[in-house]
Ligand binder design. Structure first.
Ligand code: ZN
Length: 523
């Protein structure tokens, strides 16, 4: 049995190496590759993705998994070996349903579509991407139909990144959240908007990058196993547990962009760097779902990086980096500026309160497209109508409307956006649980800029496990509760009740919620 288990691990390592090489090609395409490399790069990534798919779906792997079943059953559910076999089987059974040729075709199409989008977006030219998007929708439906028997056509697509989650459940959570959010957004946006002019000054790129990376290191990002480069659409990527990279972009006339996207990607990177080294090269060595992954980027970006406590410690440092720009701006003004709530056009720049409405808009349009209730040719108008209904403004163009996100132009329709909002919800849930176990965390951040207690709790309870547990399992284990919107709503009311006049300033709700939270008690 030991020999078969070793053989499985060896085969999985080869698959991992090929996909890591494909990941490196993608990283290069998004950072340093000249535009002329696009066509060949698309083909190269398609070749690698076909090879890794073929190797992973080799019937020999299926035979090994069958042979290892008694061994798996003889072990406790949470043993490493049983978990590796279980998670591999789940991914294998999914992968064998998708033909290798299809995967390669989609990879090729995605690379082309991405390249066209990078030109069509600045040109505000939806017509140019339309044929690509039609093909993408077609591929998305085909992908779902490799898994007959679903309740909703989006289920198999959602399950690819969010195992255990279904479209109806996402819709239910979103409806519950929407009912809480809409009145908060309405109350805040009816008040005098925060003055964020202090962020819109000239901030030299180099200093911005330096400051952001310094905070990333303080959070715990290990530079011996990481690096930062510039890109158009920031992301985190991993080639091994010893090489977890972040990318960022800067705007010299706006301080918020590079800083918060760096902290965001750092959160993703901390999760990956925190995975147990002995999981290296196996399917366990990655974050368990995109929602849980996003919870970590949100936790470090928003709950920590946009908190008053964080800036109590860091604002004097930022002022000393930018004395001319911020020397005369007091800390409270800065805190209000970085937490400004407004109905704006761009999802990635949206504040914590309105952000989820951007996600719900996309998620609902995706369901309508997949269900066949909406055609790509009507997508542009559907976007504008829904945007006006939710935000009270009509996007002046498509560049900042339907063309703004890379997702539909780089991957399938229906697999991606819900993770962002699930992540926002879970970020508060993990934070409250860490806080419950270590009530000293906020004071440590405020007084000393010390993040290790929080980081260690996350490593211990979440990061180290990688994909060993599914998202619902790890959420329950780490926080003592299934996914709940309560911590998130309480957090929003507490935080924004300070900045804005709300019916309920959130203090009591936060305290009651923490008291009742089923997490581990203080030790
Ligand atoms: Zn993210």
């Amino acid at each position: 049995m030991e020999a078969k288990f070793q053989e499985l691990k060896t085969r999985l390592l080869e698959v991992n190496d090929i996909s890591s090489a494909a990941g490196l090609l993608h990283w290069d395409q998004s950072t340093y590759m000249p535009p002329g490399g696009a066509a060949a790069r698309g083909r190269q990534m398609a070749t690698l993705s076909r090879l890794s798919h073929e190797k992973f779906t080799d019937p020999a792997i299926g035979k090994l998994l069958d042979a290892l079943e008694p061994y798996e059953k003889s072990l406790p559910y949470d043993s490493d070996a049983a978990s590796l076999i279980r998670v591999t089987r789940r991914k294998y059974e999914r992968a064998i349903k998708i033909p290798a040729a299809f995967t390669a075709e989609v990879a090729n199409h995605s690379a082309e579509s991405f390249q066209v989008w990078t030109e069509a977006r600045p040109a505000n030219d939806f017509a140019r991407v339309r044929p690509y998007l039609e093909k993408t929708l077609d591929y998305s439906r085909q992908a779902a139909n490799f898994f007959p028997g679903y309740d909703h056509i989006a289920d198999p697509l959602i399950e690819a990144s969010e195992y255990g989650m279904k479209a109806t459940e996402v819709s239910r959570i979103f409806a519950e959240l929407r009912a809480e959010l809409v009145p908060i957004v309405a109350a805040i946006t009816s008040q005098e908007p925060a003055d964020d002019s202090c962020l819109h000054q000239y901030f030299p790129e180099e200093k911005q990058l330096e400051f952001g990376l310094e905070v990333a290191k303080q959070f715990g990002y290990d530079m011996n196993r990481g690096r930062q480069d510039k890109t158009h659409h920031p992301f985190m990527t991993k080639f091994s547990l010893g090489d977890v990279r972040i990318t960022t972009r800067t705007k010299e006339n706006f301080l918020g962009d590079a800083l918060f996207s760096t902290l965001h990607e750092t959160g993703h990177a901390l999760y990956e760097q925190g995975i147990r080294m002995d999981f290296e090269g196996t399917p366990l060595a990655r974050g368990t779902s995109s929602g849980v992954h996003e919870s970590q980027s949100r936790l470090w970006e928003n709950l920590v990086g946009r908190s008053r406590g964080f800036w109590y410690h860091y604002y004097p440092k930022l002022q000393s980096v930018f004395p001319e720009q911020l020397g005369a701006v007091d800390r409270d003004t800065f805190n209000r500026a970085i937490n400004k709530v407004e109905c704006s056009l761009i999802r990635t720049n949206a504040d914590e309160v309105t952000y989820n409405l951007h996600v719900m808009l996309r998620f609902d349009l995706e369901l309508a497209l997949l269900e066949g209730k909406l055609e790509i040719r009507d997508l542009r108008n559907a976007w504008r109508e829904r945007f006006e209904a939710d935000f009270g403004i009509v996007p002046p163009d498509d560049k900042d409307g339907v063309l703004q996100d890379v997702h539909w132009y780089y991957s399938l329709i229906g697999g991606g956006f819900q993770g962002y909002t699930l992540g926002n919800i879970l970020a508060s849930q993990f934070y409250v649980s860490a806080f419950k176990a270590h009530p000293e965390i906020p004071a440590e951040i405020k007084r000393e800029g010390k993040f290790s207690t929080l980081h260690n709790w996350l490593k211990e309870n979440l990061y180290q496990h990688g994909s060993k547990y599914t998202a619902p399992e790890i959420v329950e284990r780490a926080t003592g509760s299934p996914l709940s919107i309560k911590p998130y709503i309480a957090y929003l009311k507490l935080k924004y009740g300070y900045f804005y006049d709300l019916d309920d300033d959130g203090t009591q709700q936060w305290e009651d919620m923490v008291k009742a939270w089923p997490g581990q008690s203080a030790s």
